[in-house]
Design a protein. Structure first.
Length: 203
């Protein structure tokens, strides 16, 4: 008598298998789709300063050999600034945007550091990722509101940002007097960290 129910049981098991398999496929598709969405711009770094010991540094055992790629951009005040013209100075090359919270937190520290060191052959170039920002007027308002006096450059095409692989902002490159990359910092910096890095550059 039991044998007459076997076809019903088999059909029931097949239905359950199909439902489970379909659900599994849907979940896999959703996860894949969610993971494949590309960001329109760089990631934002954690809104806290990095410890100097957390940043990879060049050491005598790891000699400095990489030179910063040269570029020329217009500044917010209309001047053309070429990186190679600053050879002989230590350069802090900072990539940022007005909508980036850790960039906002970092700017007062950069300004204070600049005021203390601008006469010591140290320059800050703040490269605004203008192609991903909200327009030049917004950048001007930001600079005025924060009282920034160091050069702010406009990367209107995004070429310089791509060259320097600014996938997260703020990102800064500290260049020695010969234009070599001494250190790369991903995330906001404060004055103490800046001083520690600058003091570590061989004179």
């Amino acid at each position: 008598m039991f044998t007459k129910y076997i076809p019903v049981i088999i059909i029931g098991l097949l239905v359950i298998y199909v439902v489970i398999d379909f659900t599994s496929d849907n979940n896999t598709t959703e996860e894949t789709s969610g993971g494949s969405i590309l960001n329109n711009g760089p990631d934002i770094a954690d809104d806290k300063s990095l410890d100097i010991n957390e940043v990879t540094k060049k050491t005598p055992e790891s000699p400095i050999i990489e030179y910063a790629t040269d570029f020329e951009l217009a500044s917010l005040d209309g001047n053309q600034i070429k990186l190679s013209d600053l050879k002989g100075k230590i350069v802090i090359l900072n990539f940022w945007a007005t909508w980036c919270p850790p960039c906002k937190a970092e700017m007062p520290h950069l300004q204070n550091f600049y005021e203390d060191h601008k006469n010591n052959d140290i320059e800050i170039l703040a490269v605004n990722l203008t192609n991903l920002d909200d327009g030049e007027e917004v950048v001007k308002s930001f600079v005025t509101d924060y009282g920034l006096t160091f050069p702010v450059l406009l990367d209107t095409e995004g070429d310089v940002g791509m060259t320097y692989e600014t996938f997260t902002i703020p990102t800064s490159y500290i260049l020695d007097q010969e234009g070599r990359i001494f250190q790369k910092v991903v995330g906001p910096m404060d004055e103490q960290m800046l001083n520690d890095i600058i003091n570590a550059i061989p004179k």
